[in-house]
Design a binder for this molecule. Structure first.
Ligand SMILES: Cc1ncc(COP(=O)(O)O)c(C=O)c1O
Length: 339
């Protein structure tokens, strides 16, 4: 792969990253795993898995790396409640609760009373275990009521979704440097990188690659249905905020991003045949555990692209495993095909 001109040296980029306050939460660097039996099963390229599911804390995942940066301001500024609200099987809620426990803060989760809320299992079980105050609700107003009540009681509430938003991508600029160092040590120049595209991990990796002058194809797979062009524009907007925070002479546009919503199926969290196949194949060829909401769908997309012939056996693809594995225990029937 040819190299473009880097806009900054690795040392200078590291120095700029070091200027942000940072918590110590993750076991880093995470491993880079070669998956030869998986490659053989697909008659495809070399597949390397960046094990962000092994960031350590509370079953790991990309949020542990992100929270090192994004929750640091909460500690510096004296917030006493870490708040999160999403699906009942939210990984972010699990890790919000685990980080609050580690920091001695109160955690409050307002989750949706959705199809995976009962029986209490997976991420929801762990969120309870870490001592969070858990509310399962049916309407958004109930969520606002909980926040209002906490504030009226004098709590300072840090929402781990919206507060520190851009810092979560900054963490994956750092994650990119870590990955690239591992690849360079093995003299590997990958032909593509697959990652679940919420927002933050995808953007951070893209900014890291461009900053280093590496024209890497980064394929983002959304866990939710989306309009791809609008999503790519959103990713570019976030990337431009991050480049400003890091004072990088770089501008992104929607054309710099490649993301797909079509592998999400009918809705966020809905099972698809491709996801089920991916979860089972990774488990049975490599003993690798994927999750049913994020990484299973991303892996399914990568398999689809390999079967379309997008990669030859002499090429290398990196899959970023962003974690989420506890949700598997709430999706047993869907994964084993009994529902
Ligand atoms: C397992 C997993 N992968 C990927 C994502 C996407 O995260 P982000 O937008 O922070 O990159 C999430 C978000 O909840 C997740 O839980």
């Amino acid at each position: 792969m040819s190299q473009c001109k880097p806009v900054i040296t690795v040392d200078e980029l590291r120095a700029r990253l070091n200027q942000f306050p940072r918590l110590s939460l993750a076991d880093l660097p995470t491993p880079l795993l070669d998956c030869p039996r998986l490659s053989e099963a697909l008659a495809g390229p070399q597949i390397l898995v960046k094990r962000e599911d092994l960031t350590g804390l509370a079953f790991g995942g990309n949020k542990v790396r992100e929270f090192e940066y994004s929750i640091a301001p909460a500690v510096e500024e004296g917030y006493d409640v870490l708040f999160h609200g999403a699906a009942s099987q939210s990984n972010q809620s699990r890790l919000t609760a685990a980080v609050a426990a580690r920091l001695g803060l109160k955690a409050v989760m307002v989750g949706r009373k959705d199809a995976h809320a009962e029986p209490v299992n997976g991420n929801l079980l762990l969120t309870h275990l870490f001592g969070a105050e858990v509310h399962l609700i049916e309407s958004a107003e109930e969520r606002e009521k909980v926040i209002k009540r906490l504030k009226s009681q004098g709590h300072r509430v840090y929402n781990t979704s919206s507060d520190g938003y851009y810092l979560r991508s900054v963490s994956y600029v750092d994650g990119f440097l870590e990955l690239w160092e591992q690849l360079e040590a093995q003299h590997i120049q990958p032909d593509a990188l697959y990652v679940c595209s919420g927002v933050h991990t995808h953007v951070g990796l893209a900014v890291g690659a461009r900053a280093m002058g590496i024209p890497l194809r980064i394929v983002g797979i959304s866990p939710s249905p989306q309009k791809d062009a609008a999503k790519n524009a959103q990713l570019a907007e976030v990337a431009n905020e991050v480049t400003q925070m890091l004072k990088l002479d770089l501008t992104f546009s929607a054309a710099d991003f490649e993301s797909y919503g079509k592998y999400a199926g009918t809705a966020y969290g809905a099972m698809t045949p491709e996801c089920r196949e991916a979860v089972v194949l990774a488990a049975r060829t490599e003993g690798l555990v994927l999750d049913p909401v994020y990484t299973g769908k991303t892996f399914g997309a990568m398999i689809d692209h390999i079967r379309q012939g997008q990669f030859t056996a002499s090429q290398t693809v990196v899959f970023v495993h962003t974690g989420g594995t506890p949700a598997l225990f709430a999706y047993g029937n869907e994964i084993l095909g009994t529902s």
